[in-house]
Design a protein around this ligand. Sequence first.
Ligand code: ZN
Length: 259
Amino acid sequence: VPELPDVEDYRSIFSEHAARKKVLDVEADATIVRSASVRSLDAALSGQRFHEPRRHGKWLICPTSGPSLLLHFGMTGGLVWSGEDPDRHRHDRLFLSFNDGELRYRNMRKLGGAWLAHDDDETARVLGPIGPDAYEVSAEQFLRILDKRRGGIKAALMDQHLIAGLGNLTTDEALWHARIAPKRAIASIDKRERRALYRKIRKVLRDSIEVGRVPSKRSWLTSERGERDARCPRCKSALDRATVAGRTTYWCPECQPDG
Ligand SMILES: [Zn+2]
C-alpha cells in the first residue's frame, strides 16, 4: 500500500520524466478519472507543460500553467516511466505521452484515481480536510495535534485529517522505534515520549524516502511482518499481532508496554 515514502518516489519519477515537458496526449480508463471525462482531461492537459509536482501526504499534485492533475494511489497504485518499453501493463489506467515516452499510472484495484482541478480552491476541495504533511509538520504542530486528540495513538497517526501521509507500515515502525504500544491512549503518553515519537517518525520517513518504500531491514520491525515466528529485532521477544485502527498491527510487548 503506497504510503508517504512511496508517493515521494512517484513524485521524483514524475519530476524526472514529466515535469517541464509538453504533454502530447492523454489516454485513460474512464473508471479512474474522477472529476472530468477522459476527453476533457485530454483537452485540458494536452499541449500543456507540467511544472514541478508536489506531494501532500499520499497525494501527488501536478500543476501546469492551466489546471492541475491530482493523483491518488489508493491501495495498489504507482507510476511507471515507459522508457523504451512499448508494452503497457493491463493495470495501467492513465497515460501521459511525451515525445520521449509515456508516464503510466498503474493501479490494480481501482481505489484512488485522477482528478482535474482548475485552481487552488478546487485542489483543496478534492484533497478535502487534510492535516499537514507528516514529513513537513513541525514538532510544535505535532504536539498541538496530539493535545487536541483523544483515543489510541495509532488511530490518530493514521488519520489523514490530522497528519497526512502515514500508513500502516510507517506508523507501526515509528511506534516500535519510539517504544510506544499502538493501542495506548494518547493521554497516557507523556511529553518526552511524544517528542521521541516525533523524532522517530522523521527518522522512519527519511530512511524510507531514501529507498522509495519502508525498507525491510533486519533491524526494523517491518522485516518481521508476515513471518510465522515474528520476533522483535531489538529484544527477540515474540511480537504481538492484532487489528488496531482497522489494520493488521505488529508490536513488541516487551519494548512497547501498555503504559
Ligand atoms: Zn522488543
